[in-house]
Design a protein around this ligand. Structure first.
Ligand code: SIN
Length: 275
């Protein structure tokens, strides 16, 4: 059986003694699933997955779909495997803001899997925060106010990023309409409530203006990203790291330069309608 060790007190665990290139047994799959639901972020070191193997592993959790906005290049023959790359003369499209992947879609992905191929030494970490803990550590008064509220999530932020900067992100011509999601969503597997407000895609709360909403969005970002609520991952080539978009936000630290090469392959597993 695989082994497990927590990454820190906030969230995350490393799974050892498992080769994701092999067909996993039912027991191994159950072990990984249980660990994922308990720890939100899972790390597997020393893996070497080709795109087909990464797809196979992702499909254990949900169907692999391409990005609805077609934001990035994909691996030839694998439209579900996004290339996240920074290379001399071609900086990668930035992700240095707290977000939950593609939360502007009606059914945001359940989780994402990032496989590090090339990493700039000591740079390009990714941070994760625990959104169950963010919800649970709010005051009773704040939770009472937020529970039942909804927020608008808009992909226009991604269009602005891809179209207005010199980067390897593909030009986006159109974004689907924004979507309303509950501010506190119930995790379909654990039954726990998690805060589901990210400052990148959420523009405002239902029946409120953007100006009225922003101070609260800013507060919730600060509250979620408190030092004691995050795990900061320093990448090594060969890492496979998966996170639960229903219970975490992430932030790609942009401390590398356009000359540093960083190459990741990302897949996402389809999720369901937040409730
Ligand atoms: C992402 O936000 O999906 C990418 C994170 C990273 O490049 O570290």
């Amino acid at each position: 059986m695989p082994g497990i060790k927590p990454l820190n007190a906030a969230l995350g665990a490393q799974i050892t003694d498992i080769d994701l290139n092999t067909e996993l047994s039912a027991e191994q799959v159950q072990f990984v699933r249980d660990a994922f639901h308990e720890h939100i972020v899972l790390l597997f070191r020393g893996q070497d997955l080709d795109p087909a193997a990464q797809m196979r592993f992702t499909e254990i959790f949900g169907e692999v779909k391409g990005h609805p906005l077609k934001t990035r290049r994909t691996v030839d023959g694998f439209p579900g495997v996004l290339i996240i790359e920074n290379q001399p003369g071609k900086p990668g499209a930035r992700n240095d803001y707290w977000h939950s992947d593609i939360s502007h879609s009606p059914q945001p992905p359940l989780g994402s899997i990032l496989h590090a191929k090339v990493v700039p030494e000591g740079k390009g970490d990714t941070m994760f925060c625990n959104m169950y803990a963010a919800w649970e550590s709010l005051s009773d008064g704040m939770r009472d106010m937020l529970d039942g509220m909804k927020a608008w999530h808009d992909g226009a932020a991604t269009m602005a990023r891809n179209n207005n900067e010199q980067n390897d992100g593909l030009e986006i011509r159109e974004v689907p309409p924004p979507h309303l999601h509950p501010v506190a969503r119930t995790h379909p597997e654990t039954g726990r409530k998690a805060l589901f407000v990210n400052p990148h895609f959420v523009t405002h709360f239902e029946d409120m203006t953007a100006a009225e909403s922003r101070p609260l969005i800013d507060f919730l970002e600060k509250h979620s990203g408190r030092h004691e609520n995050i795990y900061r991952h320093s990448w090594r080539a060969g890492d496979v790291l998966m996170w639960d978009n229903r219970a975490a936000m992430h932030y790609a630290v942009l401390d590398y330069t356009p000359e540093d090469r960083r190459l990741m392959h990302r897949t996402t597993a389809a999720g369901d309608t937040p409730y």
